[in-house]
Design a protein around this ligand. Sequence first.
Ligand SMILES: C[S@@+](CC[C@H](N)C(=O)[O-])C[C@H]1O[C@@H](n2cnc3c(N)ncnc32)[C@H](O)[C@@H]1O
Length: 233
Amino acid sequence: MDDWIDYYDSTHTIYVSKLHRDLHFQIIARDIIGYIPSSDAVVLDYACGEALSANQVAAACGKLILAEPAPGVRGRLIARFAPNTKIRVRSLDDVREMQDRSIDLVVMNSVAQYMTPEELDGALLNIRRILKPSGKLVLGDILQPNVGMVRDVMALLSFGVRHGFLKDALVGLISTALSDYRQLRSRIGLQRYSEAEITAKLTAAGFVVQRAHTNIGHNHWRMTFIARPPLIR
Ligand SMILES: C[S@@+](CC[C@H](N)C(=O)[O-])C[C@H]1O[C@@H](n2cnc3c(N)ncnc32)[C@H](O)[C@@H]1O
């Protein structure tokens, strides 16, 4: 296994049970819907993963583009959402070819940590290009330098307690500790940014930045940022 895209294309144990996976995608979808500006908005979910609740997001906007780099995941997305005419599935190469100023909302949740800083810079510049002047990027689940793996474990366990899957969460943590995830996390690592560092990156890509009050998803130790093209007066 070479990188995190391969990992997400494999049969991984990041979701400890079907209930955990379903709840994860329901909460992400609810949070994305909260950012949709209007019922005709064009929304891009950048590296969306399995996006199991994408039908709900599509119902709240005009068009939903699901972009995903892992080819196996993308194949499943195409099959799963074929009946929904509001949903399009694309690769990240396709996103690089999209028209200037064509998207109202880009959500990139729980992705930046898997990218090299250079990959993230390239993606942010491209997103800035394809956003409408009135559009926004929501960059979620950013890991901070001073918050380690213990907080991730605590966040998963408390999510498990709240929703009745604590036993599965404990078993899942053990399988993850013995899996490729642990090896990749120590070999390649996860990218972490302080609030000042990610703000500087977004500003360099041409955005005006604001930190959201709450993170997308269930892990409140991580951060979400809202980035907009500057207003032209
Ligand atoms: C934790 S999942 C997040 C999925 C979804 N956005 C969510 O919030 O549930 C991480 C995603 O990042 C993608 N990914 C991993 N490495 C990447 C990279 N270097 N560049 C872009 N995407 C990457 C994976 O394919 C996967 O879809």
